[in-house]
Every structure is written in C-alpha cells, then in structure tokens.
Ligand binder design. Structure first.
Ligand SMILES: Cc1cc2nc3c(=O)[nH]c(=O)nc-3n(C[C@H](O)[C@H](O)[C@H](O)COP(=O)(O)OP(=O)(O)OC[C@H]3O[C@@H](n4cnc5c(N)ncnc54)[C@H](O)[C@@H]3O)c2cc1C
Ligand code: SF4
Ligand code: SF4
Length: 422
C-alpha cells in the first residue's frame, strides 16, 4: 500500500469498495454522492476533489482499505481463537424464540431476535440495519428500527447492494445508544470509526454480524426479473429468502403476478453469484469483530430442502456473551445444541477456502499493481503458511490474471455512467 492515502476513485477502481456508504459522512456535507453503476453496484462519487486530509480520514475508516482483526480486550473471557473462524467462546445452533420471527427471517431469526431484545429491554434506542426499499423493493436501503415490528419487516438477507452506513455519522449526532446489524464489512467500518471517535465508542452498544459469502451485483436480481418477464417498476415485493429456511426468492408485481425461485437454483453454484470484486478478496467475511455472528448451518454448505430455521451462532466478545445469555433467559433465543469450529468448516466450506487463499490473492493483486487492504490481527499470512505451495501459486496467479484482465478492479464510477443510463 502506498504512503499517500487512496482517493475515493482509487479505492473504487482498485476493486476495494463494497459501497458501505461511510465515506459520505466522513467527507461531510454533500461532497460524496452514490450512484448505481451499470455493473449493478452502489459506488461513491466525489462531487469535488477531496483534499489529502479528507482522503486520509476516509482511508482510516473505509473497510475497503482497513480491515482490522479482533481486539483481544473485547474477547469473551472463555474465548478460543480459531485460526480460520477467529474468536468465540462457544459455537451453538440456535433459533429465535418467536416462531413468526424464525419463519420470516433469513435463517433462524437470531439477528432479528437479538435486535428485538435490545430495543424491548431498553439497552438501545434503535437498531441500524437494512431492508427492502419501500419505493423500489428490488433495491435495499438502510433502515433504523425502534421496535419489534420494524425489525421484523427488515428481517432476512438482502443479497444485493445497499449503503447501510450512508447516514452513520448523522445517527451519532442523535446522541442516543444504538446497535448495528450488518455484514462483516459494515461492522469492520463501524469498529474503524470507534477506534478514533469517542461518540461511536459510547453510542454503538452492540455490533451484530451475519456471516457473508458476498454481495451480488444488482444484475443478478435483474436477471431474475428478466426471466420472469417482470419489470422493476411493476414490483410490490422482492424478497431474496426467508418465509422458511432458506425459503425461495419471491417477486410480486402490484397487479398480482408472482414469481419464485428456489435458493439452490440461484445460489447453489458459487460461479453464478455475480459477486463484486471486493468480496472475492474479503479477509473477514465471518464477522470476527462483531459481538455475535450468525450463520447458516447446512451440512456440506447448502440446503437439501426446507427446514424450520437454525442458525450457527458464534459468541465472540464479553458484551456478546452477556447479550446472548440475557436473550436466552428471556426466551428471545432458544439454543438447540452446541456446535464447534470444525463443524463450521463443514457448514461453510467456501469461507474456509477464502480465508486460506486471501493472502495469496493479495500477492497476485500486488504483482499486478493493485493496492490491497491492511489486515492486522486477521492471521491470513499464518493461514497461508499452512497451505500447499501449489494452492498458493494457483491462487496468486489467478488473482494476478484477473487483475490484469480488469476483473479484480472496477470501471470508474461517475454521475454520467449509471444503471439504466448507458
Ligand atoms: C450478502 C449476504 C451473503 C450471505 N452469505 C452467507 C454465507 O455465505 N454463509 C452464511 O452462513 N450466511 C450467509 N448470509 C447470512 C444468512 O443469509 C443470514 O443472514 C444469517 O444466517 C443470519 O440469519 P438470521 O435468521 O439470524 O437473520 P435475520 O434475523 O433475518 O436478520 C438479518 C439481518 O441482517 C440485515 N441484513 C440483511 N441483508 C443485509 C445486507 N445486505 N447488509 C446489511 N445488513 C443486512 C437485516 O436487516 C436483518 O437485520 C449472507 C447474507 C447476506 C446479506
Ligand atoms: S468501502 Fe465504504 S467508505 Fe470505502 S470508498 Fe466504498 S463506500 Fe466509501
Ligand atoms: S464478502 Fe466481505 S466485502 Fe463482500 S459483502 Fe461480505 S463482508 Fe462485505
């Protein structure tokens, strides 16, 4: 990584941005806008050239540039540090106590149940998370929920782009305690802010993460609509999963037509995920810096049918342990059984491969002249040392080849070049 901070266009064009939205608040005012690119990605565009100190402030918190690992001081007292899965003082299989939450949520409803627990017990005033856009339900947007119903309305996974942290600094300005539920990169961004911002340290009481295989470009969702003969302007509902585990993708038009696709038809083969470049080189897609991380737990890595909804849950920090135990005591969460890091390997083989490969992928990117994120305390070099030379060479060469072919970088984002306008 060069000494001079990367500019926002450099972060985007290097393929490091995942569109979290945080730089909007760091730059202040309205100096950064967001566009949906023709590739189907939400990306920042500076309305004016930003000075070096603003770029440095963005680099310090941007989860494309800085991905710190867990801070030992936050760890739960009994936490073990697994080389692949990071810290946890226990892995359990669990689900929401409320059957409606369990049914409507992505998996077993753990994240929604924890959010509901926090607002109902008054531990936080609201939860920042993500839901379907009310005007354009194929799109996803940040949601601030103060109650049980709003949290439930935002339950389930949104696999397309969103900018959950676009108004994060404005939320800090409210001066009220809150929790953040998000992807691991969203939580990385929040922890980056907490490092230098006393308000964030005080007000963000809990960080809860979903374990994440990567975010799909909006082209993936558009492809579903095209196949169904629906137009985005006709939609009244676009749900990626939930209403069962995993539940189908369901699109409904306002004039009463409906289309469903099974989870495996869309997500069964990783080749068809249409992932943005940053996800392919993600050094922490498993929520290592969250207080609690929740995942799917299908043996072998994918569903063989529908089930009642079960999450694998990693309780990572001391605060996470207190919250989880309180939610279990109140009946908001039900624990089914204990699990283990090695069972996580079976549930999430793609995460294990990525974690083992990411250091070599960075070597390939650097050989092609691309910058790579700083990754202190994420153990990726140590994991690489455990791999065979042939694996590392293959991963590094593959990354270098994709970088040279422009597939690990991105085209410039601009107001002139937007989704539907080129
Ligand atoms: C892009 C993506 C990729 C995923 N890949 C994997 C994977 O590889 N392996 C795995 O085990 N699980 C993956 N999941 C997570 C899984 O789908 C469940 O979200 C997770 O098991 C938690 O289930 P739950 O029932 O507790 O969640 P719920 O109770 O349904 O709560 C989910 C919460 O996450 C928030 N949320 C949903 N989408 C987003 C988003 N795009 N950005 C920020 N916040 C969001 C919602 O607002 C809600 O608060 C992925 C999820 C997403 C969004
Ligand atoms: S990752 Fe987030 S903070 Fe970094 S450039 Fe992209 S939108 Fe901005
Ligand atoms: S794979 Fe990593 S960068 Fe991509 S959405 Fe998930 S956590 Fe964010």
């Amino acid at each position: 990584m060069s000494k001079a901070p990367l500019s926002v266009p450099e972060i985007v064009e290097a393929g490091l941005c995942m569109g979290c939205g945080l730089c909007h608040g760091v730059a202040g005012g309205d100096r950064i806008g967001f566009v949906m690119t023709p590739e189907g990605r939400l990306r920042p565009v500076a309305r004016e050239a930003l000075d070096e100190s603003t770029n440095a402030a963005i680099n310090a918190v941007c989860p494309g540039v800085r991905v710190e690992g867990p801070e030992p001081a936050r760890a739960a007292p009994e936490a073990e540090l697994d080389p692949v899965w990071g810290p946890a003082d226990g892995v359990v299989i669990a689900h929401a106590g409320d059957e409606e939450v369990r049914y409507k949520a992505a998996t077993g409803g753990i994240l929604t149940a924890l959010g509901q627990h926090l607002v109902e017990t008054g531990e936080v005033e609201f939860v920042l998370h993500v839901g379907a856009s009310r005007e354009a339900p194929m799109r996803s947007e940040a949601r601030v929920s103060f109650d049980r119903a709003s949290l439930l309305a935002g339950a389930s996974s949104r696999y397309g782009p969103s900018t959950p942290l676009h108004d994060f600094h404005a939320l800090l300005d409210r001066g009220r305690p809150f929790a953040v539920v998000g992807k691991p990169c969203d939580i990385t961004a929040v922890r980056n802010v907490m490092r230098s911002d006393e308000r964030a340290r005080t007000l963000v009481r809990y960080c809860l993460a979903l374990v994440c295989g990567g975010m799909s470009d909006l082209t993936k969702s558009q492809g579903v609509l095209d196949d169904a003969g629906m137009k985005e302007s006709e939609l009244g509902l676009f749900r990626y999963r939930g209403h069962g585990n995993p539940g189908p993708l369901r699109a409904e038009t306002v004039d009463g037509r409906a289309h469903e696709e099974e989870y495996n038809a869309l997500w069964g083969d990783e080749v068809g995920w249409a992932l943005q470049p940053r996800c392919k080189i993600c050094p922490d897609a498993i929520g290592e810096v969250a207080d609690i991380a929740a995942a799917d737990c299908w043996p072998g890595g994918g569903p063989s049918g529908e089930d009642a909804g079960f999450n694998a849950v990693l309780v990572r920090t001391a605060r996470g342990r207190e919250l989880f135990d309180a939610a279990v005591s109140r009946g908001d969460i039900v624990v089914d059984r204990t699990s283990s890091f090695r069972e996580m390997d079976d549930f999430q083989p793609h995460q294990v491969t990525k974690k083992n490969a990411v250091w070599a992928r960075y070597a390939g990117m650097r050989a092609a002249g691309l910058p790579t994120p700083a990754t202190p305390r994420l153990r990726i070099e140590g994991l690489a040392r455990e791999q065979s030379l042939s694996f590392l060479v293959r991963e590094a060469r593959g990354a270098r080849r994709r970088a040279h072919a422009g597939r690990l970088g991105e085209p410039p984002a601009s107001f002139e070049r937007q989704w539907g306008c080129t």
